[in-house]
Structure formats: C-alpha cells, structure tokens
Design a protein around this ligand. Structure first.
Ligand code: HPA
Length: 247
C-alpha cells in the first residue's frame, strides 16, 4: 500500500520525539503523508508491538498523534491467524469486536487531555465504517468475512490449546496487535474500523508450523485485493465526510 501512496512525504518514527523505532521485519516504522485515489490521508507504514519490549503507552502513541493532527477516522489493518476453521489463508475479515488478551490497558497511567479513561467499549468499531467497508467490498467483488479479533501479547504463536480456548470464546481470528490501538484511538475520540488479513490457519488447525515469514509471503493478488478495498473505502469515507459535516 505504501508504494501506491501519491505525493509522499515520509517521516520516520524515530524522527518524532518520543516515538520508538520499529524493529519488526516488514514494519518500516514511518509515517507517510500523501494521498490514495486522490484522497489525502496519513499512512502508518509499520507499527509498534508490546513484544518488542515497548510499554503499551508507547505502542499507542501513533494513535494519539493522529488524533492531535486532527484525524477523525482510522482504519487499522493486521495479519492474523484463522481461529474459525472456515476461514482460509488470504481471506479479509472485517473486525466487529475484539478480545484484549494482552492484559494491558493503553489507558492505564496518565491520560491525555480530552481522553475518556472509563471508556465505553460496547461499540469499539464504528458501525458506519463497517457499512462502508461491506458495501465497497461487494461493489468491487472482494469477498469479505466478519469476525472477532483476539489480541495476544506474542511473540510466540499460540499453542493448540490456546487456540481451542479462543475458539470457545468465539474469537474468529488471532493476532499480536491492534487491540491496544483500538482502545487508545477510541479514547482519543477517533472513529475506528479494522481489517484482518488471514495469513495462516491458527495453531492446531493446519499441520504446518507457523512462521513470521508466512505472514510476509502472501501473494501479490492478496495484497492487491486488500489495496483495492482500502482505496475504495478511503474514497467512500471521504465522500461521506464531505457531504455530512461531523459534529
Ligand atoms: N497468531 C498470532 N498472530 C498472528 C498469527 C497467528 O496465528 N498469524 C499472523 N499473526
């Protein structure tokens, strides 16, 4: 996606005071100012994870930064393992709800001015964005599934027993990110949408051993589907905000 951003101005994470460098392969750790399908947007190319040793308050700094820059809507993406056995590698899942299994809260400790500490989480993912994503996917013929995302601390993959537990808890996909960013973004008043790209079946659901390289090695047609969907969503969201001023 980063390669498709027009008129790029790049700011590495470490050039922003207080923002740590991204250390995970596949995560460039830079902020791109630019546009996609003629819609101006800010792109976070890479993210920070708790398993890199960062405190959760560090991980969510990019969300707070976006809010401070005046951004109102954020779409999060991630790579995830399929807990629902009917999900296949390459499927795109619209996240409808989440389970925070990192046992850390982005809202613990000091909180920002205007942020809501006792945050209501009954609807963490914006319903209007979900509608936009579903309509866009249907319009451009990209199959879309829906589900609940379980966020684990990582970086080891889950055991088969943990995956069975997650299935009992009605999780559909599992990953090592996103949940803290969602909490922080909501607390900062951002509207949030999120998409998982299934890079593997979770442990115990396929005989193959899991590796980080699997997540990086997805085919170009999968990347292309995700890019087409995100471009469409971006342009639909910009139409919506253009005709309907937010209060
Ligand atoms: N588990 C946790 N995180 C992941 C997975 C997984 O199976 N696949 C991609 N990220």
């Amino acid at each position: 996606m980063a390669g498709s951003v027009a008129d790029q101005v790049e700011v590495p994470f470490q050039a922003v005071p207080g923002l740590p460098e991204a250390t995970v392969h596949g995560h460039r750790g830079r902020i791109l100012f630019g546009s996609l399908s003629d819609v101006p947007a800010i792109f976070l190319d890479g993210r920070l994870h708790a398993y890199e040793g960062h405190r959760v308050q560090e991980i969510v700094k990019p969300m707070r930064l976006l809010a401070r820059l005046g951004i109102e809507t954020v779409i999060l993406t991630n790579a995830a393992g399929a807990v629902d056995p009917s999900l296949e590698v390459g499927d795109i899942v619209l996240i409808e709800d989440q389970i925070n299994f990192t046992f850390r809260s982005a809202l613990s400790g000091p909180f920002g001015k205007g942020e809501d500490r006792f945050l209501d989480m009954s609807l963490p993912f914006d319903q209007e964005i979900q509608k936009v994503v579903c309509c866009a996917a249907r319009r451009i013929g990209v199959p879309l599934r829906r589900g609940t995302y379980a966020g684990m601390l990582g970086p080891s993959f889950e055991t088969a027993a943990e995956v069975r537990m997650l299935a009992h808890m009605n999780a559909d996909v599992v990953g090592m990110s996103t949940v803290s960013e969602v909490v922080s973004a909501r607390a900062a008043g951002l509207r949030v949408g999120a998409l998982s790209l299934v890079t593997n079946k979770a442990t115990g659901l396929s005989p193959a051993a899991l590796s980080h390289e699997d997540a990086l090695a997805l085919g170009t047609d999968t990347a292309d589907r995700m890019l087409r969907l995100l471009s469409e969503v971006l342009s639909d969201l910009s139409d919506l905000t253009a005709v309907k001023p937010r209060d």
